[in-house]
Design a protein around this ligand. Structure first.
Ligand code: UGY
Ligand code: MN
Length: 245
C-alpha cells in the first residue's frame, strides 16, 4: 500500500529522525557494486558523514578521501578487510577504524551491510596519531552508564586524546532510560540496532525502532527510554577529545 504521504521521518533545526521507508540509495566513489544511503552529512550542518552501504556479493570499498578517517561497523553478512598485506574477516558486530590516509579494501563475502562514519581528522600537536583498530562488539566489555546496571555502554574505540571520535553501543533493558535529558556540545549519529522506545529530541518525543537513524546537532536536548520485551540497542557516534574552537 502507498504511504499516502505519511512517515515518522522528521528534519528539524537541531535533529533529524530518518526512518527506513524514506531511505534513498545512491552510488559513492570508492564503493563498487554497492548501494550507499547517506544519512548524515555536512549539508545538514554536521561535522561528519554517516552512511550505510549495501554490498552485493561482488561489492568492494576502498579507502576514504584524503585526510578523512573512517569507522566501519558490520550490520549484516561478512566482509574481508585487506590491509597492509593481511586479511581480517569481519562478521556481524565486527568493526574497524582507519586513521586518515590508511590504504585498505573491504570485500563482501556474499551480501553484506555496513554502517560507516567519516570525518576530517583533527591532529593535535604533541599527541600520538591514532592507530588502526579492528575488533568485534561481542569482545568489548560492557560497563554500566553511571550506576545503572540496566544501561550498558561498550566503547569501540580507545578513550584517548589520539582519537577525535568515539563510537559506542548502548544497550538498555526494557524500561531502562537515560538518567537525565542530556544537552552537550558534541553531536551524535545514531543507528537503532535492536528493539525500540521513545527518543526525546529537542521538544519532541518520537517512537523509534530498529533501522531508524537519528542526527543530534550540538546542544540538542536528548533522552531515550526503552520500551518493549527485548533490549534496545544503538550504535552511537560522538565527536571527542578536541577543544570546541
Ligand atoms: O554518550 C552520550 O552522549 C550518550 N549518552 N548520548 C545518548 O545516548 N544520546
Ligand atoms: Mn549524548
Amino acid at each position: 500500500m502507498q504511504q499516502l504521504g505519511m512517515t515518522r521521518s522528521s528534519y528539524q533545526r537541531d535533529h533529524a529522525l530518518i526512518t527506513p521507508d524514506t531511505f534513498i540509495r545512491t552510488h559513492l566513489p570508492g564503493w563498487q557494486d554497492s548501494a550507499c544511503i547517506v544519512h548524515i552529512a555536512p549539508q545538514m550542518g554536521a561535522a561528519f558523514t554517516m552512511y550505510q552501504v549495501e554490498m552485493q556479493a561482488s561489492g568492494k570499498g576502498s579507502a576514504a578521501p584524503e585526510g578523512i578517517e573512517r569507522f566501519v561497523y558490520v550490520l549484516e553478512g561478512e566482509v574481508l578487510l585487506h590491509m597492509e598485506g593481511t586479511t581480517h574477516p569481519l562478521s556481524e558486530g565486527g568493526y574497524a577504524f582507519f586513521p586518515a590516509d590508511t590504504a585498505h579494501v573491504l570485500e563482501a563475502v556474499g551480501k553484506a551491510r555496513l554502517a560507516v562514519y567519516e570525518k576530517p581528522f583533527q591532529p593535535l600537536d604533541g599527541v600520538l596519531a591514532p592507530s588502526v583498530i579492528v575488533g568485534n562488539e561481542a569482545d568489548v566489555e560492557g560497563r554500566p552508564l553511571g550506576d545503572d546496571p540496566d544501561l550498558i555502554v561498550r566503547m569501540l574505540l580507545p578513550d584517548q586524546l589520539s582519537y577525535d571520535m568515539a563510537v559506542n553501543t548502548m544497550t538498555f533493558k526494557p524500561g531502562a532510560s537515560l538518567s537525565l535529558v542530556e544537552v552537550h556540545v558534541m553531536e551524535h549519529g545514531l543507528l537503532m540496532l535492536q528493539g525500540g522506545g521513545i527518543y526525546r529530541l529537542s521538544d519532541r518525543w518520537y517512537p523509534v525502532a530498529a533501522g531508524d537513524v537519528i542526527y543530534m546537532a550540538p546542544y540538542c536536548p536528548q533522552w531515550f527510554g526503552a520500551i518493549g520485551k527485548q533490549p534496545a540497542r544503538y550504535l552511537l557516534y560522538k565527536d571527542a577529545h578536541r577543544h570546541p574552537i
